[in-house]
Design a protein around this ligand. Structure first.
Ligand code: SF4
Length: 247
């Protein structure tokens, strides 16, 4: 008798993923901080609850590895002074997110926090790792800055929530292939970049609120897409008019 472990495992991954989505139920119509920097049309599809193409089992398993590392690190920090999966909101732009790890100074109502620190964990494969940390000739000359914009978004939310004057930001890169880790500081400018991104997106979403999403013509409107390569991985490329699709 053949036991289809792959199929059973996929069902489990889907179940776990649905549980995670449950944390956002009361945020219907809000954007996720983790989508910072993405194509405006993709954002419009998502906020209007369009159902995208399902990701295939191999990709789902690969994402799951990232979740497992996140969960494991969160467990390791339980009981410490660090917050994990810390929720922040930016109500003006309807953005919500959960910071992987953060902490703040201050020690009570008489000495409220002024400074915060955010660490976001990114699990990557060796190809992406080489493009960031490999030999100079192999490095990406024009890398996507969506991760940095995401963390800038968290900083906006954290600073707003606790009236902080300053937030330090970094990414902890984790190479899935061999467990290497590296910490990288995120420049303060990404806080302003994040603010600009969400303000512009909110403006566009407001402008098109009485129209179908397709009023945003792919390849013609600004930030639709932000990067042409986004379309190759986009779950809405089958319903979008993009000229940069999977081909
Ligand atoms: S296919 Fe491309 S243009 Fe269309 S929503 Fe996706 S990323 Fe945006």
């Amino acid at each position: 008798m053949k036991i289809d472990i792959a199929d059973l495992y996929h069902k489990y991954i889907q179940h776990e993923s649905d549980l995670r989505k449950g944390a956002y139920i009361k945020y219907d119509g809000w954007f996720r901080a983790s989508s910072a920097g993405q194509c405006f049309k993709k954002q419009a599809y998502k906020m209007r609850n369009y159902i995208g193409e399902e990701i295939d089992q191999r990709v789902a398993r690969n994402f799951r590895l990232g979740t497992i590392v996140h969960n494991d690190i969160a467990e390791a920090l339980e009981g410490s002074q660090y917050y994990t999966e810390y929720r922040v909101e930016i109500p003006d732009f309807k953005v919500v997110g959960h910071i992987d790890i953060c902490t703040m100074d201050g020690d009570g109502p008489d000495n409220p926090p002024k400074n915060g620190t955010i660490v976001d964990i990114k699990t990557v494969h060796s190809f992406k790792w080489r493009k960031m940390f490999g030999l100079k000739k192999n490095r990406d000359l024009n890398p996507s800055k969506n991760y940095e914009t995401q963390i800038g978004t968290y900083a906006l939310g954290l600073a707003d929530k606790h009236k902080l004057a300053h937030v330090d930001m970094s990414i902890l890169w984790y190479k899935k292939d061999d467990g290497s880790i590296k910490s990288q500081t995120v420049h303060q400018k990404y806080i302003a970049i994040a603010l600009e991104y969400w303000a512009e997106l909110s403006e566009v979403i407001e402008e098109i609120k009485h129209f179908e999403v397709d009023v945003l013509v792919a390849g013609a409107e600004p930030n639709v897409p932000v990067y042409e390569w986004e379309c190759r991985y986009c779950e809405f490329s089958n319903i979008c008019d993009t000229p940069f699709g999977k081909g």
